[in-house]
Design a protein around this ligand. Structure first.
Ligand SMILES: *Cc1c(COP(=O)(O)O)cnc(C)c1O
Length: 391
């Protein structure tokens, strides 16, 4: 099997699993309990909180553990809207956000909020002039993702942070794809809230975090016990938290090296595909993109058919977003960068990890070439196109 769907989820690193293991059957105490037995679990949680904070230049007491990226996004956007509604009911986001942000904004629109969806350019970069022009007296939140999950484009966070700060607006970023993969510093980038998820960075599923800058007064999302300084109720997921902490340590210790290594293999993949497969295109920014992301469109074919045939060769890939599979609508991200429906339908996202080898890429490209050729040979669109070329 060749796994090229690391943007959907990643393998738990062996070291991460080893770090988590004692917290299931041995150190299983509720960390909030007062007896000595619980002390070790709470110590491990504290250490993990420090590690996940350090990766983004935050303080440990600015980290709130959640059940994942979707919860963190929901919390940040809904709680900011609710807490600041006396100031205003206007939110700014982009057209290419993950559904965890987009659908949350659509929910708020039904509750009487107004949302401006700022457009992106052909590379998927948020248009800063449009963003600045969208700011109003009653704007309370700007939520723009750090890097896109489908096309890999990294956003100009510093510039976005400056617009937010200058206007006294909270800035939230969905950094689920970026956290642990590229350097992020919440102070340098002017970020007030940041979402991250364990399973996208070799940690376990079902754990995530929301960074909330000290002084930002958004309310709780989950009500109940006094965990997480009364801002996120629920018994702490000790193994998950320890796992995310270990994954953050691992990422921090190899960040520069991993980025270089993964990007080199990705660039080799991109070069081969564009050179050897006609009528193919790269989606997303040519340079400012996640090290592991390669997103393509192949004209005259259906992405779904491509995925099925790749799967028959043992290659795990995606058409873009796990959330859009099964629906016939093309991805909102590919439409937002200006692709026609027809082209957007032929999308393929290959997302690499530190473990992806050149041999795996060579095999994938060879199979991809054959599959694209085969699908085009039975495509009426391609037949029409060839006839027109001749005529
Ligand atoms: C995966 C993902 C999410 C959702 O995270 P979960 O932990 O799976 O809930 C949110 N935003 C982006 C950009 C993602 O890639």
């Amino acid at each position: 099997m060749i796994y090229l769907d690391n943007a959907a989820t990643t393998k738990v690193a062996e070291d991460v699993f080893a770090a988590m293991k004692p917290y299931f059957c041995e150190q299983y105490a509720n960390p909030s309990a007062i007896y000595t037995f619980a002390g070790k679990a709470m110590k491990a949680v504290d250490a993990a909180r420090k590690s996940v904070a350090e990766l983004i230049g935050a303080q440990a007491n600015e980290i709130y553990f959640t059940a994942g990226g979707s919860e963190s996004d929901n919390w940040a956007v809904k709680a900011a809207a609710e807490t600041y509604k006396a100031k205003g009911k206007h939110i700014i986001t982009s057209t290419i956000e993950h559904h965890a942000v987009l659908h949350t904004c659509q929910y708020l629109e039904k509750q009487g909020y107004e949302v401006t969806y700022v457009n992106v350019d052909e590379h998927g970069v948020v248009k800063l002039d449009e963003l600045a022009a969208a700011v109003r007296e009653d704007t309370v939140l700007i939520s723009i993702m750090a890097a896109n999950n489908e096309i890999g484009t990294i956003q100009p966070l510093k510039e976005i942070g400056e617009i937010a700060r200058k206007n006294g607006i909270l800035f939230h970023t969905d950094a689920v794809q970026a956290y642990g993969h590229i350097p992020l510093n919440v102070d340098a980038l002017g970020i007030d809230m940041l979402s991250a998820s364990g399973h996208k960075m070799h940690g376990p599923k079902g754990i995530g975090l929301l960074f909330i800058r000290k002084g930002v007064r958004i309310g709780a999302y989950m009500h109940g016990g006094a965990q997480e300084r009364s801002r996120r109720a629920g018994t702490l997921n000790t193994p998950g938290i320890v796992g995310m902490g270990a994954a953050a340590c691992l990422a921090a210790s190899n960040l520069g090296e991993n980025m270089k290594k993964v990007a080199a293999i990705r660039d080799y993949l991109i070069r081969r595909v564009l050179e050897e497969i006609p009528y193919s295109r790269l989606n997303g920014h040519p340079v400012d993109r996640l090290p592991g992301n390669a997103s393509f469109c192949f004209r005259f074919i259906e992405g779904e058919s491509l995925l099925i045939l790749l799967d028959q060769k043992g290659i795990c890939a995606s058409s873009g977003s796990a959330c859009t599979s099964g629906s016939l609508d093309p991805s909102h991200v590919l439409l937002a960068i200006g692709l026609p429906h027809e082209t957007a339908h032929g999308s393929l996202r290959l997302s690499l990890s530190e473990e992806t080898t050149k041999e795996e890429i060579d095999f994938t490209v060879e199979e991809l070439k054959k599959i694209v050729e085969r699908l085009r040979s039975i495509s009426p669109l391609y037949e029409d196109f060839c006839r027109n070329q001749e005529g």
